[in-house]
Design a protein. Structure first.
Ligand SMILES: Cc1cc2nc3c(=O)[nH]c(=O)nc-3n(C[C@H](O)[C@H](O)[C@H](O)COP(=O)(O)OP(=O)(O)OC[C@H]3O[C@@H](n4cnc5c(N)ncnc54)[C@H](O)[C@@H]3O)c2cc1C
Length: 444
């Protein structure tokens, strides 16, 4: 038995224990919450039905805006734990100085004031669906309808097998940069301070958040190293057998522009991360690194389990919703949208934004007793491969239901991967215009 096999066996036994120990998320003790007061001080923004949305990301912001349009007399409250919105989409450009922070930063207050709903800056720690109460650190809110849009959580279990110290180090010293801006800030500083050696980035398996973003980030950091003559390489360790989207265009970028600055490793399933010695082991390779940003697998937010709307103990990171109406199965008062949905749509901001219309319509139709007619969400996604001039690729797609597979498939796909010529620089401009239009749509 070689070292790798021995590690594998050890990993399997530890992982099995970890899964059974973590079978269910411990319910929060509500004894303190019961003495908390309701949030009586929040003025109503409508005389009608009270709708609470948890999560002010791309999905929650879009649902809140559309609800006020479709049901103007509804009293809509958006609960968000952050005080400022800093966008994940376009943050890869910001990492290497391609856009100003101001461009991707927006005010929740503006969004609420411009669109007639209430922004409530608080963190939700429990939900009692029987009593229809949302518990926050600022008190509780009653609701008639609740929309959960809390996004994703990381799942480090395949790498750490229950080693919480390792998980903490990965989260804090080598953050993925796929959830919040503190992570992006850390990665930007890593790039600015990078002197030489390997900078590891990883691509997880499964339906991870934003398929092209890890490849885009790899290209942009390689571009930065090339232009600043840094004696380093981006090593992109991909758990998948090939680039998962826009493969032709990304391979062309790797080979034609970044041959000396980017190493692409397909089928690179990580078996061990040794942070002390700065080495990463796969079944076949050992890669040393000077710095890294490890992107683990993702799951739906743990709030799904806390709310008791996760599918089951195995698919606990997926919301148990009707894929057409987004209503939680068995609870006509709760909906779930955005990246914590179970449908295999692209986990993208554009998809989440388009779902804002769908979920708001679905709730309106429910309230008004109308039949809901399903409309596909829409994914439009630009990926930059170089700066100055900015060159990008794009994909546009809808989805259709496949009755035989009982799942959704891509439909009406339009892919543009030729970043070399004018269409590439046009897509570069398109990327910025897309971001601008999306922020306007959510905030103004
Ligand atoms: C680097 C990067 C690049 C990307 N590029 C693109 C792109 O080019 N195009 C594209 O379309 N998409 C892109 N995406 C994907 C996009 O960011 C996500 O798909 C999108 O943000 C999902 O929206 P969401 O509302 O489901 O989740 P989020 O936007 O993550 O929002 C969830 C919100 O819920 C809040 N929340 C969670 N729990 C609680 C709680 N308990 N109490 C209160 N608030 C809570 C969080 O603070 C957060 O604001 C990219 C993502 C990354 C990271």
């Amino acid at each position: 038995m070689n070292r790798r096999d021995a590690l594998k066996l050890a990993g399997i036994s530890v992982a099995t224990t970890a899964v059974s120990a973590k079978e269910t998320v411990k319910k929060t003790d509500l004894s303190n919450a019961k003495v908390m007061s309701s949030i009586a001080s929040l003025p109503k923004n409508g005389k009608g039905v009270k709708i609470v949305i948890v999560g002010g990301g791309w999905s929650g912001l879009s649902v809140a805006k559309r609800l006020k349009q479709y049901i103007p007399d509804a009293d809509v409250v958006l609960v968000e734990q952050n005080t400022t919105f800093i966008s994940c989409p376009i943050s890869n450009l910001w990492l290497v100085g391609g856009v100003e922070l101001e461009f991707i930063t927006h005010s929740f207050l503006d969004a609420a004031n411009n669109n007639g709903y209430t922004y409530f800056n608080a963190s939700v720690f429990d939900i009692d669906r029987k009593k229809r109460k949302v518990y926050t650190n600022e008190g509780y809110l009653d609701y008639e309808y609740l929309v959960l849009a809390p996004g994703i959580d990381y799942d480090y279990s395949a790498w750490t097998s229950g080693d919480t110290a390792l998980e903490y180090e990965l989260r804090t010293k080598y953050p993925a940069g796929f959830k919040n801006h503190s992570e992006h800030d850390t990665i930007r500083r890593k790039i600015e301070n990078f002197k030489e050696g390997n900078f590891i980035l990883t691509v997880p398996g499964g339906n991870y958040r934003c398929l092209p973003a890890p490849y885009e980030r790899a290209c942009l950091i390689a571009d930065y190293m090339k232009k600043n003559k840094i004696k380093g390489k981006v090593v992109l360790m991909d758990e998948n057998p090939d680039v998962t989207i826009k493969a032709e265009g990304f391979h062309a970028a790797f080979n034609e522009m970044y041959k000396d600055y980017l190493v692409y490793m397909p089928n690179a399933k990580i078996e061990e991360i040794d942070l002390k010695n700065k080495k990463v082991m796969t079944e076949f390779d050992e890669v040393s690194f000077s710095d890294a940003a490890f992107y683990p697998r993702v799951r739906g937010s743990k709030l799904l389990e806390i709310a008791g709307v996760a599918k089951d103990a195995i698919n606990k990171g997926e919301a148990n919703i009707d894929p057409f109406t987004y209503q939680v199965i068995g609870d006509p008062h709760v909906y779930c949208s955005g990246d914590s949905r179970p449908m295999a749509f692209s986990k993208s901001g554009n998809t989440s934004n388009s779902e804002g219309y769908i979920v708001a319509r679905s709730i309106r139709d429910k309230i008004q007793g109308k039949k809901n007619v399903w409309k596909s969400p829409h994914t439009e996604c630009f990926s930059a491969v170089a700066l100055n001039p900015m060159r990008a690729m794009s994909v546009n797609t809808d989805y259709q239901w496949s009755e035989s597979n009982k799942s959704f498939t891509f439909f009406n796909v339009a892919m543009m991967q030729n970043w070399h010529d004018k269409s590439g620089t046009d897509a570069g401009k398109g990327l910025i215009e897309w971001g601008d239009a999306m922020y306007k749509d959510m905030f103004y």
